[in-house]
Ligand binder design. Structure first.
Ligand code: SAH
Length: 245
C-alpha cells in the first residue's frame, strides 16, 4: 500500500467491478485543489474495511479511476468510543473533531449544557453538524481510518443522559472529582463500548454531575491540572484507545 497517495472515502455504491466513479462533490477538490491528472494514482476506501488503489482515467465532470488492486485496509477497533462534547467556543469544536477523529473516536455528540456559551439556533446547529461531519471525513481519509466517525445532531446534555445504553461504560471527567481517577476507572476494564462527557470552558455544574451520576455515569479525575475543554477531549480519546485496544 502506498501511504503517500491521496486517499478518499467513496460510498460502496460508487465502487463498480473494475471502476470507481467518484461522487460529483469530489470533482472540484480533485481537479482544482489537489490538481490531480489522468494517470495519477490514489486510494479510496468504502468504510467497510476494503481499500482500493486506483489509476485515474477521467477527471471531469466526475473523476473516475480503474481499480488496480483491492485489499483489506485494517481491522476494526475492539472498542467503540463516543465523545459527548459540550459546545466549545470559536473553532475549538473543529479542532476537537479533527484530532479525535485521527485518534479514533467513532461517534461525536455535540451538546448544550448549563454553562455553554455559544448560542446556536436550529439552522445554525444543522450547518455546524454538516461542517463537523466533513471535518471528521477529511480526518478519517488523511489518517487512514477504515471508517468515518459519525457526528450526531446537536442535543442537550439531559437528552444524552436519558439514553443510557446497556453494556456501555460511561464516564464524566470532572475537575472536582477527588477519589476516582480515569486510570482506576479503566483498570481491568473490558469495556467494548464507552461514552465520555467533556464539559464546556466553564465546566459542568454540580447539578449536571449529580444528574449524570444518577444516570449511571462515573465522575473521574484526569489529574491535578485543569485541562482546557479541547485538551481534555483529545487526551481522553488517546488514553481510551491506548488502554482499550
Ligand atoms: N470549570 C473549570 C474548567 C473546566 S475544564 C474551571 O473553569 O476551572 C473543561 C472540561 O474538561 C471539564 O468539564 C472536564 O470535563 C474536563 N477536565 C479538565 N481538567 C480536568 C481534570 N483535571 N479532571 C477531570 N476533568 C477535567
Amino acid at each position: 500500500m502506498k501511504k503517500n497517495l491521496h486517499r478518499f472515502y467513496v460510498p460502496q455504491k460508487n465502487i463498480l467491478d473494475n471502476t470507481v466513479i467518484f461522487p460529483a462533490e469530489h470533482a472540484n477538490h480533485i481537479k482544482n485543489v489537489l490538481r490531480m491528472k489522468t494517470g495519477d494514482y490514489c486510494l479510496v476506501f468504502d468504510g467497510t474495511g476494503f481499500e482500493y488503489e486506483l489509476l485515474l482515467e477521467k477527471i471531469f465532470p466526475e473523476p473516475e479511476g480503474r481499480i488496480m488492486s483491492r485489499y483489506i485496509a485494517g481491522t476494526p477497533d475492539k472498542t467503540r468510543i463516543t465523545l459527548v462534547q459540550a459546545l466549545a467556543k470559536g473553532d475549538k469544536m473543529d479542532l476537537i473533531i479533527q484530532k479525535c477523529s485521527e485518534i479514533g473516536v467513532d461517534i461525536f455528540i455535540p451538546c448544550k449544557s448549563e454553562r455553554t456559551i455559544i448560542k446556536l439556533d436550529q439552522a445554525g446547529a444543522v450547518k455546524k453538524q454538516e461542517r463537523w461531519q466533513k471535518i471528521a471525513q477529511s480526518a478519517a481519509e488523511q489518517s487512514h481510518r477504515i471508517t468515518i466517525p459519525k457526528v450526531e445532531p446537536v442535543t442537550d446534555l439531559a437528552a444524552v443522559l436519558n439514553e443510557a445504553k446497556p453494556g456501555q461504560m460511561a464516564i464524566i471527567p470532572w475537575e472536582n472529582e477527588k477519589t476516582t481517577s480515569l486510570k482506576q476507572a479503566l483498570n481491568g476494564s473490558e469495556a467494548r463500548d464507552i461514552i465520555y462527557f467533556i464539559g464546556p470552558e466553564g465546566g459542568f455544574s454540580e447539578q449536571e454531575i449529580a444528574a449524570a451520576q444518577k444516570a449511571g455515569v462515573l465522575p473521574v479525575s484526569l489529574g491535578q491540572r485543569i485541562l482546557r475543554t479541547e485538551t481534555a477531549g483529545i487526551v481522553v480519546a488517546a488514553i481510551l484507545r491506548y488502554e482499550l485496544d
